[in-house]
Design a protein around this ligand. Structure first.
Ligand code: AOS
Ligand code: ZN
Ligand code: ZN
Length: 388
């Protein structure tokens, strides 16, 4: 007898987590990038690796691309390649952070010619989305300043609105713009979209097809992220998650590794807010695997999300509401913690097997020999890095 109800299993079955293509490339810090044998050399190989995650978990049916890192001659061909491997192409991420012209900003730049270039890049991304069948254009902006007085904070907000409005106007009926915020890095004094309030203000001024993207690594230490999740869902403006975990800054480590309890609390608010199987919320990973193997790193990540989702589904809503209403602080906390402390792994393994999936996807993947195979096959060429 499973610890999950039929309704809970139905919700878990719907769970879909989008993988970032860049997670399969080599990455590291500014000190060193450690390469791994078999690392993809092009977007086709990144997608092949992502398809392995889907094959062993059935949790990751889509792959996000980054333009220009994943530029190809034919997106129709790339799409057919993905679909042939059992996955779809997902969110298109724009890039205005690796070009000398963007040193002092892109969509906010003082110079109209630079803004034009950055806007045109986003229009090109929308063209790509038409070919890939993608719904979301995800915009993360690296812009900001390092020193007080360096930049006109207010003028930059106004220019950001104008630039975003032009991009927004080009979206198709079924397409959306999601605007990610980040409190610092690469700029250290101010960031033009530092927090959910700024992202919300900017997307609300655009219209219904513009939403906020919440990257779990983009807040000051101690921030109550689940509160932000609740508020954005309440406002109907949570467009997507970038899941990862962090100890200090934007570490981009495996989601749920640093603080599983925080992930549980976030997913509880997602469920409470009707977001788990809500098509308006895209659940993406945004991670880098600096020292661990990439495909199993992604498998572990989606399993962590599934595990904490399963625990969050076990919160006894009626008991919790009753304790909250009666002001029974300790009972409310007990109900909440009971779900968090439940070991859902055996029940999930059993359920996986009942669906024809491996009980232990990490073990099954290791035994498949895929890593040795790609190391043998992918000889020559240039391995993809974070950013190529
Ligand atoms: C940057 O810090 C943001 O998290 C971006 O979402 C993302 O990491 C980047 O666009 C891809 O590398
Ligand atoms: Zn992100
Ligand atoms: Zn980030």
């Amino acid at each position: 007898m499973s610890i999950f109800s039929a309704d809970q299993l139905a919700q878990l079955e719907q769970q879909a987590i989008e993988l970032p293509s860049w997670a399969f490339g080599n990455s590291g810090t500014r000190f060193k990038v450690f390469a791994t044998p078999g690392t993809p050399r092009d977007p086709y190989e990144k997608i092949a690796d992502a398809a392995q995650v889907q094959k062993f978990t059935a949790l990751a049916p889509t792959v996000a691309l980054h333009i220009p890192w994943d530029k190809v001659d034919s997106y129709d061909d790339l799409r057919a390649h993905a679909e042939g491997l059992g996955v779809q192409l997902g969110t298109i991420n724009s890039n205005t952070f690796q070009d000398d012209d963007y040193k002092f900003g892109a969509l906010t730049h003082e110079d109209a010619a630079v803004r034009r270039k950055a806007i045109d890049h986003h229009l090109e991304c929308i063209d790509v989305m038409h070919a890939t069948g993608s719904r979301d254009l995800k915009i993360w902006l690296a812009e900001g300043s390092n020193y007080p007085g360096q930049a006109d904070l207010r003028g930059r907000q106004d220019r950001l609105h104008e630039s975003l409005a032009e991009i927004y106007a080009r979206l198709g009926d079924e397409q959306r713009l999601v605007l990610e915020y980040k409190f610092f890095e690469p700029a250290f004094y101010h960031t033009d979209v530092p927090d959910w309030g700024t992202s919300y203000a900017q997307v609300a001024a655009l219209g219904d097809k513009a939403m906020v993207c919440l990257d779990t690594g983009h807040h000051a230490p101690g921030t109550n992220i689940e509160f932000i999740v609740m508020q954005l869902l309440r406002l109907g403006k949570l467009g997507s998650f970038d899941f990862n975990s962090r100890f200090y800054a934007d570490d981009d480590l495996i989601v749920g590794a640093a603080d599983p309890f925080q992930l549980f609390r976030i997913l509880y608010e997602v469920i409470r807010g009707g977001g788990l199987n809500n098509p308006d919320v895209a659940f993406m990973l945004d991670q880098c695997h600096n020292v661990e193997d990439k495909v199993p790193g992604q498998i572990r990540s989606v399993l962590n999300v599934q595990e904490m989702t399963a625990r969050a589904l076990l919160v006894d809503g009626a008991a919790l509401a009753a304790a909250q209403r009666s002001g029974d602080v300790l009972e409310a906390n007990r109900v909440f913690m009971d779900a968090f402390y439940t070991d859902v792994r055996p029940a999930l393994a059993e359920w996986r097997e009942s669906r024809g999936l491996p009980a232990d996807p990490m073990k099954a993947f290791a035994e498949s020999g895929y890593l040795a195979q790609i190391a043998a096959d992918r000889v020559g060429g240039v391995q993809a890095g974070w950013g190529a």
